[in-house]
Design a protein around this ligand. Structure first.
Ligand code: PLP
Length: 495
């Protein structure tokens, strides 16, 4: 069955998966959603015996229906290879009776690698299929992890350029070092004077600028997005929830058909939306627990039905979740609005204008699968320390937000359903915060000494991604004000 993609904001003509991947964002500013979420056509028992790559094919073929089997398998093989430091790609670790789905074994040790190692291949394949002559310019706003993962994915990929904007003072030192040391002639990294939402808003504005698009077209370029709004990011993320359930089944941790809960540390709402899609496809998932840090817009939203970004932006130790506008939530809003594009567009207009919107009681009823929670900085640090002291297992700050929220959820609901926590970054990516959580005394040590100490106390090897940047020279030194982002783009492309 062919799946086409339509915009969340108007009833424009649906387009193919490859076209949606190329466009990133719909012309009306909406996000692409599949006309329907396909059901898995293999049983969990069949999937239990598959490798990650095989599972990826089984899931992605159902969404990306205009890719041939050969095209898709080639993309998958190129993406999920030895860039990952484990054959399993996304292994499960058990601690305190909960399963941590480790999504950080790729090139940049954060979960963004799961999708961004395949997106460049999906995109160049999509360009060929659609006879695109222009060079693809990937434009990305990052709260830290997307940027490096996108740079690593696209660096050196023929027919593409990549431009990354990050908040100059809003990412961890290791995140920044990872980005500014990126090699590859087709890469460009800029620190903006503003926060992540400023970067994201700036990128959206550039995408919406028709005049600029025409200027680029004349020069042989066209924009696309590697942000989590791209359907080519969302679809590969569905895979690991299917894979995780199948592995639990294979290992006898769950019985056939037994439901699990999933807890996801959430920022832009992409990862948890993928879990929701997995549930719609038939994976036995009960609750989707949406964990926020002190930027708890989503927690408030799930409680009250009001989404309100008018609040202080808090810089936390989980910077990849320091977000007040969760872009991917729009897809869920559209779905619970009964796929009513006009209704959704009105709400998004309100968000653009006043910074808030209120959903109807009926829509709120449709959110029953979700539970919103949040964790304070103190609770997050506590969780890292107590988990380490009890089990020796070290988790990063983002994963700790999820884990702390899950503890609160259990306390509040007494629900004992087996649970998978999405572990979204290696502790080595946020070494300083993690080590400080374990013991205040570590704050006196320098970043790389801390890395070695973490390796020692956690009994895990220093990941390659960290070893690499120890001595790497800084290549990108660009900075700009948030209203000068388009000028930076033009300068880089010489247009
Ligand atoms: C991006 C990111 C998140 C948030 O994921 P979303 O899909 O944006 O909700 C959480 N943790 C880490 C480490 C991330 O990089």
């Amino acid at each position: 069955m062919e799946i086409r993609y339509k915009s969340t904001r108007s009833n424009s003509q649906p387009i193919t998966a490859s076209q949606a991947i190329l466009k990133g964002l719909a012309e009306d500013g909406g996000l692409f959603v599949p006309e329907q979420i396909p059901a898995l056509d293999k049983t969990m028992e069949e999937l239990a015996d598959m490798t990650y790559r095989e599972t990826a094919y089984e899931v992605m073929k159902l969404f990306l229906t205009d890719f041939t089997e050969e095209e898709l398998k080639t993309c998958i093989t190129r993406a999920y290879d030895s860039k990952f430091d484990t054959e399993e790609i996304a292994p499960l670790a058990e601690a305190q009776g909960t399963y941590y789905l480790e999504l950080f074994h790729g090139a940049t040790i954060a979960f963004k690698d799961m999708a961004l190692s395949i997106l460049p291949h999906l995109m160049t394949t999509a360009a060929k299929k659609n006879h695109v002559k222009n060079e693809i310019v990937i434009l990305t706003a990052t709260s830290g992890d997307t940027g490096k993962a996108a740079l690593a994915g696209f660096a050196g990929v023929e027919g593409t350029k990549i431009i990354v904007f990050y908040p100059k003072n809003g990412v961890s030192p290791i995140q920044e070092k990872q980005m500014v040391t990126q090699k590859g002639d087709n890469t460009f990294v800029v620190g903006i004077h503003g926060n992540f939402d400023d970067a994201q808003t700036g990128v959206k504005r550039i995408f919406a600028d028709r005049e600029l698009a025409e200027k680029l077209d004349r020069a042989g370029f066209q924009f696309s997005s590697a942000n989590s709004i791209n359907i080519g990011r969302l679809v590969p993320q569905v895979v690991y929830y299917v894979y995780a359930y199948a592995k639990l089944l294979k290992e006898g941790k769950v019985a056939s058909g037994e439901k699990i809960n999933v807890t996801v540390p959430t920022g832009n709402f992409g990862n948890i939306l993928a879990a929701y899609f997995a549930k719609q496809m038939g994976v036995p998932i009960a609750k989707l627990i949406c964990a926020s840090n002190e930027n708890k817009v989503l927690f408030d939203f799930f409680r009250t039905g009001t989404y309100d970004k008018n609040r202080e932006f808090v810089l936390t130790s989980s910077p990849s979740m320091d977000i007040l506008i969760s872009s991917n939530l729009e897809r869920l809003i559209y779905l619970i609005a009964g796929e009513d594009a006009q209704k959704n567009a009105k709400l998004m207009e309100s968000l653009n204008g006043s910074g808030s919107y209120v959903i109807t009681e009926e829509m709120k009823q449709a959110l029953g699968d979700f539970y919103g929670g949040y964790s304070t900085e103190a609770e997050t640090f506590d969780k890292i320390r107590t988990l380490y002291e009890e089990t020796g297992y070290v988790i990063d700050t983002h994963t700790a937000v999820a884990s702390a929220v899950y503890d609160k959820y259990k306390e509040e609901t007494k629900d004992r359903t087996k649970t998978v926590i999405a572990s979204t970054a290696s502790p080595f990516k946020f070494t300083r915060s993690v080590m400080k959580a374990i013991d205040e005394k570590y704050d006196a040590m320098d970043d790389f000494a801390l890395v070695d100490e973490l390796s020692r106390i956690g009994n895990v090897e220093v990941p390659n991604a960290i070893e690499e940047i120890r001595t790497a020279p800084v290549i990108h030194k660009n900075e700009c004000d948030k209203d000068k982002m388009a000028d930076m783009v033009c300068a880089f492309l010489h247009v």
